[in-house]
Ligand binder design. Structure first.
Ligand SMILES: *Cc1c(COP(=O)(O)O)cnc(C)c1O
Length: 346
């Protein structure tokens, strides 16, 4: 892969902002280089722009070198920056499966980059050949989400591998839900695929959506490009510190994941006993996509009972579908109780 040929020229040539913390690395006793206020420690100091301590902790868990990790303000930031680095506005395009996570299109629209989509089949799977037929010379990035949102299934591994081998641009695999899946992460084969970027997040299995921490894993060359274009201090100190705490609770995360995958099974069983439920799609994530007799009406019915699910009725291939997050045992039970009271026509 010729990385330089894929990257926008202005980005390749960019001389990034150099912070005070970039210019002096090491330990000193007095810092008078960043116009910080000496009072109100520790909040008075700028945070580490490249978050090395946090990356060193992630390196151990993820088994990827710290130079191959980018940290962002949620996954939203790397999604936006990847488009910024590779796509020339109003010339280049990106391609994604349909339906999928809505942020890829929003980020493309904000960057004035054409968004192309290829419809999944009735099993929510894709064919690499069909996907590649949707590309042209200007297609720089393919976004794949696996397990996919809102469908919940993992995409066919062979088709993903074929896409990685045959597409000459960047392939982003969004693994926001990978911890709930029985499939292995594409992180394990990142060394073999210089065009691969894997996205993960602390927002789902790690139960830390509030701190906004997204991760991108790729070759050190791609990570350097993302670092060049990010805001210098994109991850604040409170988030860096709290993320270190979250990461130290690795065992607890495993327990949560185990509990949620069991509760997913229970919720599936309970839902399938209801006459208003027509189909429950297989899920490798912490939610279920459920086809019901009338999604709009059931959605409103639940709102009146103080229960909010996601109405996906107007999404491609998701007619009359609700996306239901797997909650605590009590929450799932309340949902089922509420649905039992719905005046089903069946
Ligand atoms: C929830 C989700 C994310 C997480 O986004 P953050 O900005 O990290 O909170 C990323 N991708 C998909 C597909 C998601 O559903």
């Amino acid at each position: 892969m010729n990385l330089k040929a894929l990257v926008r020229k202005n980005i390749w040539d960019l001389k990034p902002y150099s912070t005070a913390r970039n210019e002096f690395k090491g330990e000193a006793s007095i810092y008078l280089d960043a116009n910080e206020n000496p009072y109100n420690a520790p909040l008075n100091r700028y945070p580490d722009p490249l978050q090395w301590k946090l990356k060193e902790a992630l390196e151990k868990i993820k088994k990827v070198a710290k130079q191959q990790i980018f940290l962002g303000n949620g996954s939203d930031e790397p999604i936006d920056l990847i488009i910024k680095v590779f796509c020339e506005p109003s010339i280049d395009n990106i391609l994604a499966i349909d339906p999928t996570y809505g942020m890829y299109k929003v980020a493309a629209d904000i960057n004035n980059v054409e968004y192309r989509k290829v419809l999944l089949d009735e099993n929510f799977q894709f064919s690499s050949n069909k996907l590649l037929q949707g590309c042209n010379e200007q297609t720089k990035i393919i976004f794949l989400c696996s397990p996919n949102n809102p469908t919940g299934n993992s995409l066919d591994r062979e088709e993903i591998l074929k896409t990685l081998q045959e597409f000459e641009g960047i392939v982003v695999i969004d693994e926001a839900y990978i911890d709930f899946s029985s499939q292995s992460s594409f992180l394990e084969i990142i060394e073999q695929h210089p065009n691969l970027i894997v996205l993960q997040t602390l927002s789902k299995a790690w139960a830390s959506a509030a701190i906004r921490l997204g991760m991108a894993f790729a070759s050190a060359e791609i990570i350097d490009l993302l670092n060049k274009v990010k805001y210098p201090y994109n991850i604040n100190m409170l988030t860096q510190n709290q993320a270190l705490v979250s990461i130290s609770k690795y065992k607890e995360v495993e327990e949560w994941v185990k509990a949620l995958t069991n509760q997913r099974l229970d919720l599936h069983k309970e839902l399938s006993s209801l006459s208003l439920v027509e189909r429950i799609y297989p899920s490798d994530a912490n939610f279920l996509l459920v086809k019901v007799e009338d999604a709009n009406s059931i959605y409103q019915f639940l709102v009146h009972k103080g229960i909010i699910v996601r109405n996906r009725n107007s999404v491609s291939l998701c007619l009359n579908c609700l996306r239901i997050t797997v909650g605590s045992k009590e929450e799932n039970h309340s949902l089922i109780e509420a649905l039992r009271e719905y005046p089903s026509k069946k």
